[in-house]
Design a protein around this ligand. Sequence first.
Ligand SMILES: Cc1cc2nc3c(=O)[nH]c(=O)nc-3n(C[C@H](O)[C@H](O)[C@H](O)COP(=O)(O)OP(=O)(O)OC[C@H]3O[C@@H](n4cnc5c(N)ncnc54)[C@H](O)[C@@H]3O)c2cc1C
Length: 533
Amino acid sequence: MPAGTVAREPDQVDVCVIGSGASGAIIASELAHRGLRILVLETGIAPRTGDSLRSMEPAWETAFVRTGGGRLAQTGRPWSACALGGGTSIFAGITFRFREVDFHASPHTADDALDPTWPFRYADLRKWYDAVERAIGVARAHGMDPIEPDAAPPRLPPHPYSAAGALLAESGLRLGMRPFPTPLAINSIPYGGRPACHRCGPCNEHVCPTGAKADAAGLFLSPLAHVEELEVATMSRALRIILASAHQAAGVEWLNLRNHRRHVTRAKVIVLAANAIQSAAILLRSADRRAPRGLGNRYDMVGRGLSFKVSTYLSGYVRHRRNPGIPAGPHSTVSFTDHYLDAEAPLGLGGLIYEASPEDRDVHQGKLKVRLHCLAADQPMPGNRIRLAAAVDADGAARLVIEYRTHTIDTARLRYLARRAEQVLREVGATEISEQESGYQAGSRHLHGTCRAGSDPRNSVVDSWGRVHDTDNVYVVDGGFFPYAGGVNPTFTIQANALRISAEITRRLGAGSAANSAEPAMHPMPTEEGHHV
Ligand SMILES: Cc1cc2nc3c(=O)[nH]c(=O)nc-3n(C[C@H](O)[C@H](O)[C@H](O)COP(=O)(O)OP(=O)(O)OC[C@H]3O[C@@H](n4cnc5c(N)ncnc54)[C@H](O)[C@@H]3O)c2cc1C
């Protein structure tokens, strides 16, 4: 049976995973390989080749957000993507590891922010990053990123710079910066049974037509389509978690969107991997007399600390002769971390600048468009949150409200980064430089912090293993776990942490032989194309 359909509607499983995206796919696959019976509920459908953010997004549920005038408008985006594979089905593949500072950023956060300290450090997550990297393959350079954390040697060589990327790198070098190839979960050479990218065009916001990009469903769920233990149910929306007692969840109530029938599947463990906004929503919608404010919400922390990435784009045009020798390249081929720890940036923490090529990379009338993306962590603010609206949607579930305001310090940091990016563009000789706002305030594609990890239930929702404080058997493994959003793209960290948590769930359920192993059980390690050890 192909991943993304459901033959049965199981009444009882070991683990019910809600969401089939970056975190859900990896943890479901890992737990199935440990012999556990898994049901993955996915509200979206399997995207097809040719699908894109633009073609798919109109079908996705919106959330309320504040307009400039303070009114609530239904234009919020509570998704990275609502589809089998989640955001990874259309992501750009940018695959950074968090930096040491991202795990203990309190010297760099505002006094009125929530505590940004993670319950562990980079060194504790490193082996899980390495394991995910072995499974997905990351094309990257070694030793060029000036603040690169320790890691196993790269498996794949970096992608060459695109035409625009090469210009940006040269310009950065002239400014004393240290450009390096953007690390990408896009094959630069064949790896893991997937082909090398042939640079066919826009990969960001698009489904990869070849499988060179590491879509989580293609990588982790499809190979298990024949495995009895794993059931992947698309168009299946988790509505709420049902409690057996004050501290124990009994199962998940979900809706089959094909026939509008409701089901209850009992599970020993429930894993929330629905994205930081949707997982918090499910906890809030699971309120009952034993948890009147929602599951894990005794101290009104579920949904708080919602953080995105503050971000903006700068672009310009350079005179350029068409040169067929230089590849169009994936979406991003060159990055700069020079301002990450820049003492001149407000609070001494800058962020990331990288090439973000437009969809059209052709030379028109002798001009090539060059574009940079500036990205920085935002403060985890208690007032930035998601909450339930009084209004309900077509399935009878409470709609969502995204309450979010950018902290003035983060606005200042973003302005600082934008000025630095503009310098790079000017050095390239770009004209017609303009800024395009990303609109992250209505729901960035980077979602974090709503079920923050920590040891004190008064200011966190889950413990260091992602287990919801008030319950014994409910885990959050998506970006909701993040106490601090970090200054780089989050997916690699989400997956490394989900894999780490899978080992804890395996241990608790007494499954598998090597419950604490950092080797993903299901992935034979490719040595070269077609050969596995
Ligand atoms: C265009 C685009 C480009 C991006 N580029 C990058 C990049 O280059 N690098 C990077 O690191 N990140 C990137 N991201 C962000 C990345 O996609 C997310 O960080 C990542 O997918 C989040 O993983 P997750 O497991 O938390 O959630 P998702 O991957 O979003 O998965 C959550 C899944 O849960 C499902 N779901 C939600 N609610 C329910 C429910 N009630 N019942 C059942 N299922 C439910 C959703 O449909 C979804 O499939 C990009 C995102 C987009 C959209």
